[in-house]
Design a protein around this ligand. Structure first.
Ligand code: FES
Length: 263
């Protein structure tokens, strides 16, 4: 049994943690603990639709019955898609019930993987890569452009609930840096101008389709083809528009990278 003093100390510690948390501008999804909110509390309801129950059953059939927990990540993804891009407690509890595991097992997974959002996100969830190749090619300018255009900060959502912005680590499209993931799709080889173009198109609900590759370079090239067109290590590309000897003297100025990449 805790003494009065220990109870008071515990309360103080929790309150301090909550206070710090409110003053930190971190995106909610990144927190490792749950914060009660009007849209996410013990009374929040979640259940899969009939259609998604069918999908969930198809997922479960891929695993032996005594390994139902293996379906946890696909089921969380299904729940998140059904719920507009984020997971309330009730959705995680439903997945735990289906997987026959304690709810905490699902909370652990959902709070570990950054693909799961545990606070609401906008209709267009924009994840801008800020890792080195993207940073060298201008991701900071892309972040500033979005922030200036929409009046939100990193981790913020616009008041109309249309956009959420988050800076993330490498999304594996480094060859076409800088890039942004918007919901499921990649928009690459961005410039300030093409980013604004994308934002305006989203406002009109006319985001250009990314086609079969799941990615759309915004400078006209095809997928990962490269700014010089199709090329190989054995031939000099015929469409070469930059000086092939440009790095011969060993001097590389990072400020000129975009120019050398023909952006
Ligand atoms: S560094 Fe940006 S996608 Fe890899």
């Amino acid at each position: 049994m805790l003494s009065n003093k220990s109870t008071q100390f515990a309360k103080l510690a929790v309150n301090r943690l909550l206070k710090q948390n409110q003053s930190v501008r971190f995106f909610g999804a990144a927190k490792s603990f749950h914060l009660e909110s009007p849209e996410n509390n013990e009374t929040t309801f979640f259940d899969f639709t009939d259609e998604n129950y069918e999908r969930a059953n198809r997922v479960l059939q891929k695993y032996p019955d005594n390994y139902r927990q293996a379906a946890m990540i696909p089921l969380l993804d299904l729940a998140q898609r059904q719920n507009g891009g984020w997971l309330p407690l009730a959705a995680m509890d439903k997945v735990a019930q289906i997987c026959h595991v304690a709810p905490v097992r699902v909370y652990e997974v959902a709070s570990f993987y950054t693909m799961f959002n545990r606070t609401p996100v906008g209709k267009y969830f924009m994840q801008v890569c800020g890792t080195t190749p993207c940073m060298i090619c201008g991701s900071e300018e892309i972040m500033q452009t979005i922030q200036g255009h929409l009046g939100i900060k990193n981790g913020g959502t616009t008041k109309d609930g249309l956009f959420t912005l988050l800076e993330v680590e490498c999304l594996g499209a480094c060859a076409n840096a800088p890039m942004v993931q918007i919901n499921d799709d990649y928009y690459e080889c961005l410039s300030k101008e093409t980013m604004i173009e994308l934002l305006e198109l989203m406002k009109q609900d006319k985001l250009p389709p990314v086609g079969k590759w799941g990615s759309l370079p915004m400078n006209g090239q095809v997928s990962c083809e490269g700014p010089l067109g199709k090329s190989s290590l054995f031939t000099i590309p015929t469409t070469l528009t930059v000086d092939p000897d440009r790095f011969k003297d060993g001097e590389v100025n990072p400020a000129d990278v975009k120019k050398h990449m023909a952006y």
